[in-house]
Design a protein around this ligand. Structure first.
Ligand SMILES: [Zn+2]
Ligand SMILES: [Zn+2]
Length: 262
């Protein structure tokens, strides 16, 4: 029997209530599908979120935890959140700060509050020596300005990439990995696939962003996305790169291991 490709899901919200009924089984299905690591960003503004992710990291060595205040909740960021991050980093309970960033599409928090929250968490990550998981929606230029403004050199992941080539290139130049979600599999994502074709192979990652953004062929079926489905995005990325799935999967797994050594 063929060995399964070694896959990594670089971004999954397994803390969400959508997974309350079967969180551990969801991880087991991913492991059975060949997923060797799943990075789970906890939402610091929700106590249940961190609890759920911490429980998973106890049970499964394949789960890596991150924590941060998402741009949607940026207006709620307090010094307590930064203190909590400090405690988590000191206990080595998190491997990254995130997700943090800017979302000018939804604008759930005022743009100025988003930029402040991003800058303060970048500064924290810098001091703690942790990479960051960045969320950027219609905000590429301001993300780059924040990274440069903080002189942030810790690298990390630009997750669920939907920005343009110039943003991708600039972030790679700053030591970041670019992670593609199920959006890469959507018929209308031609421009995104062009960016994916041009980036250096050693900077690429794939993710599900579960429970959102189920890739084709699950998209539109009303199905919840889950880490086992990351293979569908890897399949499209492999086709775009003209590589066998196994080689693409192995390259992204290696990239992830470089960022998060065991
Ligand atoms: Zn995000
Ligand atoms: Zn996310």
């Amino acid at each position: 029997m063929d060995a399964k490709p070694r896959l990594v899901d670089s971004h999954a919200h397994l803390d969400m209530p959508e997974f309350d009924p079967d969180r551990a089984e969801t991880v087991r299905r991913a492991l059975d599908a060949g997923v060797v690591a799943i990075l789970c960003p906890a939402d610091l503004t929700r106590a249940a979120s961190l609890r759920a992710i911490a429980a998973l990291t106890q049970e499964f060595p394949a789960i890596l935890a991150a924590a941060g205040v998402h741009p949607h909740q940026a207006k709620d960021l307090t010094p307590d959140h930064l203190r909590e991050l400090e405690g988590l980093a000191a206990r080595r309970a998190i491997r990254a700060v995130g997700e943090i960033g800017l979302d000018y599409h939804y604008d759930f928090s005022p743009a100025e509050a988003q930029r402040r929250a991003l800058r303060s968490q970048l500064a924290f990550a810098s001091g703690a020596g942790l990479p960051v998981i960045l969320h950027s929606r219609l905000a590429g230029a301001d993300i780059i300005a924040a990274v440069d403004g903080e002189r942030f050199r810790g690298g990390g992941i630009l997750h669920c990439f939907t920005e343009d080539w110039a943003t991708a290139r600039a972030m790679v130049d700053r030591g970041f990995f670019v992670s593609f979600s199920g959006i890469l599999t959507f018929p209308k994502s031609g421009a995104l696939r062009e960016v994916a074709a041009r980036l250096p192979l050693d900077r690429l990652l794939v993710e599900t962003d579960s429970p959102y953004l189920a890739p084709v062929p699950y998209r539109g079926s009303g199905r919840r996305n889950e880490p086992a489905f990351v293979v569908e995005t890897a399949r499209v990325l492999a086709a775009v790169r003209g590589l066998p799935l196994e080689d693409l999967a192995e390259a992204t797994a290696r990239n992830f291991a470089g960022l998060f050594p065991v």
